[in-house]
Design a protein around this ligand. Sequence first.
Ligand SMILES: NC(=O)c1ccc[n+]([C@@H]2O[C@H](COP(=O)([O-])OP(=O)(O)OC[C@H]3O[C@@H](n4cnc5c(N)ncnc54)[C@H](OP(=O)(O)O)[C@@H]3O)[C@@H](O)[C@H]2O)c1
Length: 246
Amino acid sequence: MFNPFSLEGKTILVTGASSGIGRGICIDCAKMGAKVHLMARNVERLNRTLDEMEGEGHVIHQADLCSTDDINALVDVLPVIDGVVLCAGIIKTMPVKNISEEAMTEIFNANIMGDIKICSRLLKKKKLNHGGSVVFISSVSTFNVKVGNSLYSATKGAVNSFAKAMALEVSKQEMRVNCIQPGFVPSNILETHGLGEDALQWYKERHPLGFGTPSDIANGCIYLLSDASRWVTGSIFTIDGGYTLQ
Ligand SMILES: NC(=O)c1ccc[n+]([C@@H]2O[C@H](COP(=O)([O-])OP(=O)(O)OC[C@H]3O[C@@H](n4cnc5c(N)ncnc54)[C@H](OP(=O)(O)O)[C@@H]3O)[C@@H](O)[C@H]2O)c1
């Protein structure tokens, strides 16, 4: 059957695989035929993702994006892969005047520096196949800014810029690099954001198609990981149920 979106025969690394959007990406990529390497810190929750996945040959990796040693060890044990979805991320909300060195270091490590280290190591160790696809999960917060969210917006803006520059650099190897910037998808991250019921309702009313699900983002990843997107690179896809239309 004609299916340009198939991931049959492809091996994919997904960071942030223990929860929310990353968990959904693992489950849906497995349904499309991929062998998935799942990465996060919490092994128990990684196993919960694994339990929900179809197919054989998936592998769990415990690693912390704040640790260069963990990242190097992760990449070194990987086989040559066909794609990576850099989905792990955290939110830290605070006014600019209260930003601490510690908060800044943690969020930049988790949201951008760890991703850069993974990409660099994958290329250095020749672990990303010719024709491989890199997908970053950034956020509509890159341009849809909110008071208290400056650190998060800054990290996600850096993700978009890094992805575009990397896309140009690796195009000679026919590797592709793209970003997806989601709107609101209920998950743990929104709980750590500390939004109350009223705020959630406010956001919900501003999403013309309602809040999204992990599968809404996973479908974008499947497209970008598949051969259907072989001519797509350096693009930033907004998948937000129309949130940023108004
Ligand atoms: N949900 C939304 O509305 C939304 C909107 C726009 C963008 N995003 C982006 O989408 C991505 C996924 O978010 P989510 O909503 O699915 O959040 P989530 O449910 O909180 O999941 C975050 C994931 O990141 C992992 N992670 C966090 N820090 C890590 C670290 N230092 N090292 C390794 N893994 C780490 C967590 O795993 P462990 O705790 O097990 O390590 C978890 O698997 C994030 O990049 C987020 O910024 C989300």
